[in-house]
Design a protein around this ligand. Structure first.
Ligand SMILES: [Zn+2]
Length: 97
């Protein structure tokens, strides 16, 4: 009978420990998920919202970096302004202005 009592006692202690550990783990996981969600949220904003818009393309003529949304593209090249795009085919533009 003693063995049975010891077994029950051990099981009871294990159960209590598991309960306490479980609560702690739950709290931790809550904190982690909250942090993770916040982090993901800001990362997602940066990735989806500004990622493509803020990608900078160098002007093929003057080298100015232009946001991809504002850049003028012609073929493979991108330009900062219509002047650069139109002037690109005419020459280097050394004496243009
Ligand atoms: Zn340009």
């Amino acid at each position: 009978m003693r063995r049975l009592l010891v077994l029950v006692l051990v099981l009871y202690l294990v159960w209590r420990v598991l309960n306490i550990v479980g609560r702690r783990l739950e709290q931790r996981s809550r904190e982690i998920t909250e942090e993770g969600l916040a982090g993901r949220g800001s990362r997602r904003r940066a990735a989806t919202g500004g990622g493509e818009q803020e990608r900078l393309l160098p002007c093929a003529r003057c080298g100015t970096l232009v946001p991809a949304s504002r850049a003028l593209t012609s073929g493979d090249a991108s330009y900062c302004s219509p002047e650069c795009r139109d002037g690109a085919g005419k020459g280097d533009g050394s004496g243009a202005s």
